[in-house]
Design a protein around this ligand. Structure first.
Ligand code: ADP
Ligand code: MG
Length: 619
């Protein structure tokens, strides 16, 4: 088959354009990326060879070999890992399958400096080779296959692919360095870069210099070494390696457990939120090793999914080396390690929450929404998670814990009040909060989709019921403080109000569950609340949005007896012909309440017609 020329996916072409044209101070990271890929390829081979020993083909000595040819100005990085066939070369080195890419690219501004900083955080993997090379060639032969393939590109929109010769499995990357990049041919420089970025991966990185071969890294799995011998920077470098990340870890946990079970953990909580944290496919990403041999990074059972932001390594001495993915699924050893990791991480979080509130708030902003999934899914850790949870509040800035909330409760207040919605500002303006605000009662503002779910299973905190401020029973009468919503003389007269309520009920019929005088409104004329046994309004909206629910339950319409509009309507309700005269007004009151709630109008045309009619009368 002859050589073919193919186009890069548009996103890759854009990325390459930036990579090749921007000046980037940390070009050396290309080597870390290529070594990291080689290391992944070796891990993959080891895993595949567990079910098919022939893949070893007599060469079980996995390694990465760097070669520098000063005369030709060529740097090569070779591995004897899993390799790629033609289709894989085209897919892996012609597109970006990584989740978060779209988001990342749309964040690019065109300003080289800013974009480069973003690239630094995202990581461009293989494509970083073009930072130093004007032409990149890849020759690869997949383990178990006979044909090798040659991929080449100068990074400008297209690449070629054709047949090649390679004696053994694996991949060789050849970089034809740009003018001025000769430093990357110097053994001293290479030694330094490998030490810095790849010292503690479990795979040897060798430098081939003529006939001499020199090991550049310690290749001692960092987690297996005593804590006391490890510098903080080494942990950070290792985190960059295992997590493919560029930030500093927020928390590093390294410990060795010996006893009934024998295992080592080196876990990191990232300092920033990975872009794909909420992808449905996103599961735990810890790497599982058995006595320093990589087994898999797909063992979802190692941590609960609400700790899926954890990165790092678990190395067990109790699992058999030939453990298969299926065997890991209901494995008692894995289950106990999971227990231990969960307790350990929660314990550390509690310590941070207590001792370093500000740092903890940063963590919570990144991962709180994930942790809250545990409130819903994991009854066993619910109590601790409730203590760890932080919330926005209607009456103070910053993050509030449930204990903070309880400490600030008013005399006579027995419940913890919350309100759910999409956005903070919108929630702060909710009419249902008016009465709470007038009495100085704090309401927690919940804006993560997961909040609706855990609230359906968590009914109280330390004996204080958690109640939605949008529920009928949120009765403020018994709570001291604030001015009463209205002085009697400012209120609609009782009998007239009763007539109005009856009229509204009659006119609105099935569209509402009930109409009643409100204790919670001070400024708005009306609002909707959920009946005591009914589904939370925001949850229902969310379920409808995701087509999990197709009916809308009728709500209770509350009217504010001291609002001038309601007072006028109440007066009018007692006069002859009121039912006809107020028919439009009644519908408009309900529509208005729905709009404020973010509910769709049942009949927008009718709404427009009524509004026009009422405005016309007013002129
Ligand atoms: P990432 O490593 O984050 O997946 P990269 O851009 O670094 O992204 O690499 C893209 C893909 O190319 C890898 O996921 C892998 O499938 C493949 N790949 C890159 N280098 C090698 C290699 N040396 N051996 C085998 N596959 C490789
Ligand atoms: Mg990579």
């Amino acid at each position: 088959m002859t050589e073919q020329t193919l186009q890069f996916q548009a996103e890759v072409a854009r990325l390459l354009h930036i990579v090749t044209h921007a000046l980037y101070s940390q070009k050396e990271i290309f080597l870390r990326e290529l070594i990291s890929n080689a290391s992944d390829a070796c891990d993959k081979l080891r895993f595949a060879a567990q079910t098919d020993e022939t893949l070893w083909a007599g060469d079980a000595d996995l390694k990465v070999t760097i070669g520098a040819d000063k005369a030709a100005r060529i740097l090569t990085i070779a591995d004897n890992g899993i390799g790629m066939n033609r289709d894989e070369l085209v897919a892996n080195l012609g597109t970006i399958a990584r989740s978060g890419t779209g988001e990342f690219l749309s964040g690019l501004t065109g300003d080289a400096g800013k974009d480069m900083a973003l690239i630094g955080q995202f990581g461009v993997g293989f494509y970083s080779a073009f930072m130093v090379a004007e032409r990149v060639e890849v020759v690869s032969r997949k383990a178990g296959e006979a044909q090798a393939w040659h991929w080449a590109s100068d990074g400008s929109g297209q690449f070629t692919i054709g047949e090649a010769a390679r004696e053994t499995r694996g991949t060789t990357i050849t970089l034809h360095l740009r003018a001025g990049e000769d430093e990357f041919l110097e053994p001293e420089r290479l030694r330094h870069i490998v030490k810095t970025y790849s010292d503690h991966i479990a795979l040897p990185v060798l430098l081939q210099d003529g006939d001499r071969t020199e090991a550049l890294n310690a290749a001692s799995a960092l987690w297996a070494r005593p804590k006391a011998e490890i510098e903080p920077q080494q942990y950070t470098d290792f985190y960059h390696h295992v997590a493919h990340a560029f930030d500093d870890p927020w928390l590093t946990l390294h410990n060795r457990v010996e006893g009934k079970l024998d295992y080592t953990l080196l876990l990191f909580v990232p300092g920033r939120r990975p872009p794909d944290l909420f992808e449905p496919s996103r599961k735990a990403q810890l790497k599982l090793y058995v006595r320093r041999v990589f087994i898999t990074d797909r063992c979802d059972e190692l941590v609960p999914s609400w700790l899926r932001f954890l990165r790092g390594v678990v190395d067990s001495a109790d699992l058999p080396l030939n453990v298969s993915r299926e065997m890991l699924q209901h494995n008692p050893v894995v289950a106990r390690i999971r227990q231990a990791i969960t307790r350990r991480v929660l314990g550390e979080l509690e310590k941070k929450a207590a001792g370093e509130a500000e740092a903890y708030a940063g963590f919570w902003e990144n991962f709180g929404a994930v942790l809250k999934e545990g409130l819903y899914e994991d009854a066993e850790h619910r109590e601790v998670l409730l203590k760890l949870a932080r919330f926005r509040s209607s009456s103070r800035d910053g993050w509030v814990s449930l204990a903070d909330y309880v400490a600030a409760m008013k005399d006579g207040q027995t419940a913890i009040y919350v309100i759910n919605g999409e956005q903070l500002d919108q929630l702060k303006r909710s009419p249902q909060l008016e009465g709470f605000r007038a009495k100085g009662i704090e309401v927690l503002l919940l804006t993560d989709p997961v909040d609706d779910f855990w609230l359906s299973v968590v009914s109280d905190f330390e004996g204080k019921p958690i109640r939605s401020a949008t529920r009928a029973g949120a009765d403020l009468d018994g709570i001291a403080g604030g001015a009463d919503a209205a002085k009697p003389e400012d209120k609609a007269e009782g009998a007239a109000l009763g007539t109005l309520v009856a009229l509204l009920k009659q006119t609105l019929g099935e569209a509402v569950k009930d109409v009643r005088e409100s204790k919670r409104l001070t400024d708005s004329a009306v609002c909707l609340v959920a009946g005591d046994g009914d589904m939370d309004m925001h949850l229902e909206r969310l379920l409808r949005m995701h087509q999990k629910l197709d009916m809308a339950s009728p709500r209770i319409l509350e009217i504010n007896p001291s609002h001038p509009l309601i007072r006028r309507l109440a007066e009018r309700a007692t006069q002859p012909g009121a039912v006809d005269a107020l028919a439009d007004a009644a519908q408009l009151l309900l529509d208005q309440a729905r709009i404020v709630e973010g509910e769709p109008l049942a009949d927008p045309q009718a709404f427009a017609r009524r509004l026009a009619a009422v405005m016309q009368q007013g002129l």
